[in-house]
Design a protein around this ligand. Structure first.
Ligand code: ACO
Length: 313
């Protein structure tokens, strides 16, 4: 069966670092509270860069690392929920920036599950022969949708982007079958309110309980469909919402040999960007070696989830 594989990764974050102490100057919070409840120490904030800028920077690095020419890319997919541009899509804007001349380009909005959803969508297109090389990007400027007066959410969010080049592979897949779905009955628990000036809101404890219980069987199913056990995973890259959630899922999964992405500590919650950002950094540092099976698991607004096992490039 033909499939697809990730051949290169890239990541980009803006230069401005926002510390917990900086936030304690804005709202009634403290470094101690934020570290204990979330594990977050810093996050990056884009002052001048747009979602398109962040996406293009990460995608440009992935494309350069792949060795492909821009005209070999025939699909660009951007996962984002914070982009204000509706049309043209962020994906076609990124294609234009990178000199990709004629790819199909579209955006995917599935909250923090967006990158894994986009990856599965591109994988299915490559399997079907509808494209040969895809750029799949997660990019968010969460600072645009943050209520900087709400201490329960403003301490969580950050900006950034991660990107993967996905190539057709006639011998089979480095991207395993996706497990995806949603629970709309709990859709109110994570949302962007207030219409044209949206603000991130969430029922933190509802999401926390759901994430630490319902997602473990989904992660197990992604491993089963990929033909491995959790104990065989080389890396676990879940959505970086909260360090306590990351560690609870990994512990319950029994992924004892896996290196675990903890990028939330440095980057906060970057929604659809968090999985590719964290994966790209693990691979760049050599912590997730080439050929290692890595579980990707996105979850968030919807409530939605998407996960698959991929082979590290
Ligand atoms: N600093 C100090 N105190 C605070 C802060 C803060 N930044 N934020 C809230 N508090 C207070 C609350 O007011 C409350 O005070 P009270 O007891 O006097 O009423 C107390 O701390 C406890 O608040 P909780 O909300 O119960 O705190 P909790 O331990 O649940 O931690 C958190 C909150 C970190 C948000 C946690 O619930 C969480 O991580 N949830 C999951 C988030 C998530 O995974 N989101 C993913 C989806 S994101 C997406 O899709 C884009």
């Amino acid at each position: 069966m033909p499939g697809s594989r990730i051949t290169a990764l890239g990541h980009h974050q803006p230069g401005k670092v926002l510390t917990n102490d900086d936030l304690a100057g804005l709202v009634d919070t403290s470094d101690e509270w934020i570290r204990q409840r979330t594990g977050i120490v810093t996050r990056r904030i884009a002052e001048t860069e747009s979602v398109t800028d962040l996406a293009a920077a990460a995608a440009g690095k992935a494309l350069a690392s792949s060795g492909l020419a821009p005209d070999e890319i025939d699909m660009v997919v951007v996962a984002t929920c914070s982009a204000m541009d509706r049309c043209p899509s962020i994906a076609t804007q990124v294609a234009g920036r990178l000199g990709v001349p004629s790819a199909v380009g579209f955006d995917v909005n599935n909250g923090c599950a967006g990158f894994c959803t986009a990856l599965a969508t591109a994988d299915h297109a490559l399997r079907a022969g509808a494209a040969r090389h895809a750029l799949v990007i997660g990019a968010e400027k969460m600072s645009d949708v943050t209520d900087w007066t709400d201490r329960s959410t403003c301490v969580l969010l950050g900006d950034g982007a991660g990107a993967a080049v996905l190539s057709h592979d006639p011998t089979g897949g480095g991207v395993g079958p996706v497990v995806w779905g949603s629970d709309p009955t709990r859709g109110h628990a994570v949302r962007l309110d207030d219409g044209w000036q949206p603000r991130f809101r969430q029922e933190g404890q509802t999401v926390f309980r759901w994430a630490t219980t319902a997602l473990v069987p989904i992660a197990e199913e992604a491993c089963r469909r990929a033909g491995i056990t959790p104990a065989e995973l080389g890396a676990v890259v879940t959505h970086q919402a909260n360090l306590r959630i990351v560690e609870a899922i990994t512990r319950r999964l029994g992924a004892d040999r896996a290196v675990v992405a903890r990028d939330v500590v440095d980057s906060g919650n970057t929604s659809a960007a968090s999985v590719p950002l964290a994966l790209a950094k693990l691979v760049e540092r050599g912590e997730a070696p080439s050929g290692a099976p890595a579980l990707l698991l996105g979850f968030g607004g919807g409530l939605s989830w998407a996960g698959q096992v991929v082979t590290c490039p």
